[in-house]
Design a protein around this ligand. Structure first.
Ligand code: SOE
Length: 386
């Protein structure tokens, strides 16, 4: 594994636990953790259960004992590491977004396709696909339970940047992260909307805003957010805080999307609602063990969204865990991701989302940025500037 921050912790937990809950053809062993700071690395490796550490990620690629490389670093490093891993014949799990540009993603998708012919598997970490309620929503939509899809609404709302003095982090630097709320969390809802509806987005119109243009250069990050040192230097934020965009799916269905890390009170409100001709499904990650299902055919007077608890053996992934009604958490989505990848490696099948699917997400991100850069599309009201 390369990287040991928030995602490193989530992924390690998944690698440790997947085969203890799911029947998998192979059992992972955590061999090497790579990162930059030797002290932090040693502590993380001990905590996460890795046998050894290195400050050279290339050591992981060169080690013949290593079968899988898991990339948990900022986006600007994904392209180089993933390419090297695929070329060396390692299976790859790469965090989202796959890379920081369409060109890099195209190269990675082509390399993954070539590696596939050598039996090498790759997957991009859009982990929310493995939320039981969302996997169930996809099943319902595919089974025709809501009829023909008419409209999609998606939001990913967080508030960890609401405090203007929250400190600078790599997630606020374009050269490291590629974009802001758009690529960090908007990418998740783009992937989910396409996956749940089974339809690609083919056109967008969007706008981006950086609400807080500078932040304290130093400070104590507490997971996400935290408090910056207001007595010292402030650094420029080079990404968006808020992304709003409309999309058109292939076939003409419209969708509205919002990604924000400024949405006070919304901690991890990743929401998606799909309206169809016969009903609807609606989800909010802050209530991740529930899916709201609406049946338009219900008798008049008994209509309304039904709260389905997706903790039952009938729901995707849930049977591997706890007895009826005992819910799951954020970390389980990663465990499911790893379980699916390990099964695919053992069974020689292709896991998803593939790098090709991640490339399609990147194309949507790039299209939103291109649209947002073209201010001429804004129409001012009479006497007002757009
Ligand atoms: C930060 O906004 C973040 O950690 C994202 O990078 C993750 O992809 C998401 O799962 C939680 O929020």
């Amino acid at each position: 594994m390369i990287g040991y921050g928030f995602m490193g912790a989530a992924h390690s937990h998944a690698w440790r636990s997947a085969h203890r809950f799911f029947d998998l053809p192979l059992h992972p062993e955590l061999r090497t953790l790579a990162g930059r700071s030797p002290e932090a690395l040693a502590e993380a490796a001990a905590r996460y259960g890795f046998a050894q550490t290195t400050t050279r990620w290339q050591d992981v690629i060169e080690d013949p004992e290593i079968d899988v490389v898991d990339i948990c670093t900022p986006g600007d490093t994904h392209h180089e590491i993933a390419l090297a891993a695929l070329r060396a014949g390692k299976h790859v799990l790469c965090e989202k977004p796959l890379a920081n540009s369409v060109e890099e993603c195209e190269e990675l998708a082509a390399a993954a396709e070539e590696a596939r012919s050598r039996g090498v598997r790759s997957i991009c970490g859009f982990s929310y696909r493995r939320t039981p309620a969302l996997a169930y929503a996809r099943q319902l939509v595919a089974d025709g339970a809501i009829g023909e899809i008419r409209q999609v609404r998606a939001q990913y709302l967080q508030d960890w940047l609401s405090d203007a003095d929250a400190p600078m982090t790599w997630r606020l630097q374009k050269d490291k992260a590629g974009s802001g709320a758009l690529g960090d969390i908007g990418a998740h809802i783009i992937d989910l909307a396409q996956w749940i509806t089974g339809t690609d987005i083919e056109g967008v119109s969007g706008t981006l805003q950086t609400v807080v243009p500078t932040r304290p250069a130093a400070g104590a990050m507490q997971g996400l957010g935290g408090k910056g040192d207001t007595s010292g230097e402030r650094q420029e934020v080079t990404v968006d805080d808020v992304a709003l965009f409309s999309v058109r799916f292939a076939g003409g269905v419209l969708g509205s999307f919002e990604a924000s890390r400024m949405a006070q009170g919304r901690k991890n409100a990743m929401r998606i609602e799909v309206s169809g001709s016969q009903g609807a499904v609606a989800f909010d990650f802050e209530r991740m063990n529930e899916l709201e299902v609406y049946d338009a055919k219900a008798p008049a007077g008994r209509q309304g969204f039904t709260r389905v608890l997706t903790t039952e053996p009938e729901h995707p992934y849930a049977a591997a865990w706890w007895p009826t009604g005992h819910g799951l958490g954020y970390e389980h989505t990663f465990t499911h991701e790893v379980a699916d990848l390990v099964r695919a490696i053992g069974e020689e099948s292709d896991p998803s989302p593939s790098f090709e699917e991640a490339l399609q997400v990147q194309r949507v991100l790039a299209a939103v940025e291109a649209s947002a850069a073209d201010a001429s599309r804004w129409v001012g009201l009479p006497g007002r500037s757009a």
